[in-house]
Design a protein around this ligand. Structure first.
Ligand SMILES: Nc1ncnc2c1ncn2[C@@H]1O[C@H](COP(=O)(O)OP(=O)(O)OP(=O)(O)O)[C@@H](O)[C@H]1O
Length: 481
């Protein structure tokens, strides 16, 4: 039973080692087979062994003959092969496995001419074929299609020509394909998409023309189509390769310059782009939109800031008016609300009405605040009649007389008739007690050359001195004009 199984699995291409293993198994099986006598078994096994060995050597002989045919066709240093040897496996560049040629490396060995059909059809176990850097001409032989185990095909830098043969796309295990620096012409075939294991595709420096097809089914690690006659746009999937992979054609699109009609996008301008490409300096739509939005936001912020500043300034003014109005609504509203608050302390030329009133109102307000609700009064000296009080000062129309070292003097015309000069002291930081003592000493002075001091007012923030008003003006003005 075992011997028939053995015969069924033996193929003409089995190696000698496989034959020996199977022979052992056959013998072992026959010994336990009740169906065949022992003598006959040995005969059958011997015959089978002979057939298998003959088949194996026939394969290797065919491969050897193919290599010799190659030598005859393209010559070069293959002429150094020792043709007297039965096995080609020791020849330079030939590698065998299990009595089959699996690799043929003949780089730069001066091969020349065209490879005829009928050679590679007998080297079907080839996995690597390297014929690079030779002078091979014409087209590739069609029976290369029978090398279905081919993984690496290096035929770059020869003089091969014609269209890229379609039988290459029937080599499903092809991983590395280098056809660069030849004279291949015609279109770039879409058939490459059939080579789903392909990682390297080099066809640079040929004469391929037309567009690059969409090689979307491939996952290439290496790709170069530079210096051909290709045109059109670079397919999206290939745009990750550097510019050097595409130069020397009439191609456009990333990583080269933009195609006509394309809209610039940020990733289309990378560091490898040509510096002389005027399109690389264009701003993308996104960048323009960003700039516009940023500008609008900046302007809005600026407007809000200005509005905020204006409002806070207005609020301060309103606050001053409000305080005055609350404190003395009936007296101050007409004057202050209409005329505002001049900055006499900073050298402003105030309208007299409001200036005096401001001094007085401010004093009155702060007096109430400081006094915890009990408004302070003007303090009169000696037996001076209390002809008016703070309220009367508030109502008085006034004007600025001038600024001295210690503050500003106002002329206040009281409603009841009297006219007084009110001096609003500034930067006085002494205590109330000390202030009173000093001012009372001044007020007690009585001399014809001194302007009588009639009253004073003290609070933490306001100090007022009330004098008789002298209508003649200043002595300096009288003397010097
Ligand atoms: N009682 C007053 N009657 C009329 N005008 C006055 C009176 N007091 C002051 N003035 C006017 O107001 C101006 C300012 O007076 P103020 O006393 O504040 O300063 P000054 O005396 O001129 O200078 P300083 O304070 O440095 O001595 C004076 O130049 C004067 O013209």
């Amino acid at each position: 039973m075992g011997i028939w199984l053995l015969g069924a699995v033996v193929s003409p291409t089995s190696s000698a080692s496989s034959v020996l293993v199977l022979l052992f198994l056959g013998l072992f099986g026959c010994r336990h087979s009740p169906m065949l006598p022992h003598k006959h078994t040995l005969v059958v096994v011997a015959a089978t062994l002979a057939l298998m060995l003959a088949a194996t050597y026939a394969d290797l002989a065919a491969e050897r003959a193919a290599l010799l045919a190659l030598r005859s066709a393209v010559g070069g240093r293959t002429l150094f092969w020792n043709a007297t040897r039965d096995s080609p496996c020791t020849w330079a560049g030939v590698q065998c496995e299990r009595d089959h040629v699996v690799e043929l490396h003949l780089p730069g060995v001066a091969l020349s001419g065209q490879i005829p059909v009928g050679i590679f059809g007998n080297l079907t176990q080839l996995r690597t074929l390297s014929l690079r850097f030779n002078a091979l001409r014409g087209s590739l032989p069609s029976d290369l299609a029978k090398c279905v185990n081919l993984r690496n095909l290096y035929i770059q830098r020869n003089l091969l020509s014609g269209a890229i043969p379609s039988f290459l796309f029937e080599l499903p295990d092809l991983v590395r394909l280098n056809m660069g620096f030849n004279n291949f012409s015609g279109p770039f075939p879409t058939g490459f998409n059939s080579l789903t294991r392909l990682k390297t595709l080099f066809v640079e420096n040929n004469q391929l023309s037309g567009p690059i097809p969409d090689l979307s089914k491939l996952s290439l690690d290496q790709f170069n189509v530079s210096y051909n006659l290709l045109n059109g746009s670079v397919p999206l999937k290939l745009r990750t390769f550097p510019q050097d992979s595409f130069i020397g054609n009439s191609l456009c699109g990333r990583p080269l310059s933009l195609c006509p009609g394309d809209i610039a996008d940020p990733i289309s301008v990378d560091n490898n782009s040509k510096p002389n490409s005027h399109t690389s300096h264009k701003l993308s739509a996104g960048a323009i939109a960003g700039i516009v939005v940023g500008s609008v936001v900046f302007l809005l912020l600026l407007v809000f800031l200005l509005i905020f500043l204006c409002r806070s300034k207005t609020a301060k003014k309103t606050s001053a008016v409000d305080i005055a109005t609350v404190k003395h609504p009936e007296a101050d509203a007409p004057v202050l609300a209409e005329k505002g608050v001049p900055d006499v302390e900073n050298g402003g030329h105030a309208n007299g009405n409001s200036a005096a009133a401001v001094a007085a109102v401010s004093a009155g307000n702060k007096a109430e605040v400081n006094g915890g609700g009990a408004a302070k009064k003007l303090v009169f000296f000696g037996n001076a009649a209390r002809a008016f009080d703070l309220e009367d000062l508030l109502r008085a129309s006034a004007e600025v007389l001038g600024k001295g070292t210690f503050g500003t003097a106002y002329k206040a015309v009281l409603e009841a008739g009297p006219v007084v000069a009110v001096k609003r002291l500034k930067d006085v930081t002494i205590s109330e007690k000390e202030f009173k003592e000093k001012i009372e000493a001044v007020g007690a002075m009585d001399h014809e050359s001194l302007v009588p001091l009639r009253a004073f007012y003290f609070s933490r923030d306001e100090k007022l001195l009330v004098y008789d008003y002298l209508p003649m003006g200043s002595l300096s003005a009288l003397l010097h004009g």
